[in-house]
Design a binder for this molecule. Structure first.
Ligand SMILES: Nc1ncnc2c1ncn2[C@@H]1O[C@H](COP(=O)(O)OP(=O)(O)O)[C@@H](O)[C@H]1O
Ligand SMILES: [Mg+2]
Length: 322
């Protein structure tokens, strides 16, 4: 059983009277999320991640297509009982204590009396807020509020946990703590789906990722599959004749001159290095090294967009601008 199935999911938003053509925020998405792993829905701001998650939760109705959660149509009450959700930038009524808030949410799931209190307490312990449970939320830091949100998302012991940008706005320690909590949920056999605009978040966490751009799924698979596809090969050689360097320019992504006659050539992903190496040798150059370039998800993302350029120093800027 796939905890999440999405088929042709599409969402249009009206743009107002003067722009009668609606804006397509999510455009024909289809993917399945297998049971018991961490799935990262990645992409820049405005790509359609939150809209997709809201469609899965039935907070929005699709323009076309459909979504299934835990084997039922999105919005099914039985499926909702086994689902946890952390919205983007959650805010809570801040005169309550964490304990009062969690007991309220446990009550919404039908827990009563001692069971309700125990559920709330266990969820707060899980996110490390056991000692602060009697303090009002207005005294909480941003990271602590995010933990309350996580506690709220797991209070009903869900089989599927959906988290919208769970790490955004947190400091490095807060981010690490959220990462560890996501992995702990996975280790308990739950399926976790989270969104992030920071692609590197996903590399350490996800069994699978889907990359969204302008409402479309441009890549989907394991991190290994996506990055292998995007990684090229570095070939370093010495005694390279300048005539060869000029000729090679059309075949390589990038040429770097290291020293007199010594060059590093970067071959594009999917390009086999053997013919290039044979030509180098035939030109009289000496091979120094051949190394695969470990591509990051950022590279995979650019590759998926057909924008297959390596950007070393400006990586963050490039991904944010696309
Ligand atoms: N309620 C809405 N009404 C109109 N446009 C919306 C609404 N919600 C989102 N959008 C638009 O849909 C696109 C995708 O938004 P969103 O799903 O929030 O992206 P992400 O979460 O990836 O940053 C954006 O262009 C956004 O402006
Ligand atoms: Mg969002």
């Amino acid at each position: 059983m796939f905890p999440v199935r999405v088929l042709g999911l599409t969402k249009d938003f009206p743009q107002g009277f003067w722009r009668p053509r609606p804006h397509r925020a999510v455009d024909g998405l289809s993917f399945d999320i297998p049971e018991g792993g961490v799935f990262g829905l990645l992409g820049p701001n405005g790509a359609g991640k939150s809209t997709t998650l809201k469609l899965l939760l039935d907070l929005l109705r699709p323009t076309a297509g459909r979504a299934e959660i835990l084997g039922r149509p999105a919005g099914d009450v039985g499926a909702r009982q086994r689902l946890g959700f952390l919205p983007e930038n959650p805010t809570f009524y801040d005169h309550l204590t964490a304990e009062e808030l969690l007991e309220y949410f446990a009550g919404l799931f039908g827990y009563r009396g001692e069971d309700r209190r125990a559920r709330a307490g266990a969820a707060l312990d899980r996110v490390g807020l056991g000692a602060d449970r009697r303090r009002p939320l207005r005294q909480y830091s941003k990271g602590m509020v995010q933990r309350v949100g996580l506690a709220q998302a797991i209070v009903n012991d869900p089989a599927l946990v959906i988290l919208d940008e769970p790490m955004s706005g947190l400091d490095p320690i807060g981010r690490r703590d959220v990462r560890e909590m996501i992995l702990a949920l996975r280790d308990e056999g739950r399926t976790v789906l989270f969104s992030s605009h920071i692609l590197s978040d996903a590399e350490q966490l996800c069994s699978r990722v889907g990359i969204l751009a302008k409402g479309r799924l441009v890549a989907e698979g394991t991190v290994g599959e996506l990055t292998r596809h995007a990684g090229g090969t570095d070939v370093t050689a010495s005694d390279v004749p300048t005539a060869f360097v000029d000729r090679a320019a059309a075949r390589v992504r990038k040429t770097s001159r290291i020293a007199d006659g010594r060059y590093r050539f970067e071959l594009a992903p999917g390009e086999r290095p053997e013919p290039f190496i044979a030509d180098l040798a035939a030109a009289g150059a000496a091979l120094v090294s051949v190394a695969p370039v470990g591509a990051s998800l950022e590279d995979a993302f650019l590759h998926a967009l057909g924008n297959d350029v390596r950007v070393d120093d400006t990586r963050g800027d490039r991904s944010a601008a696309s």
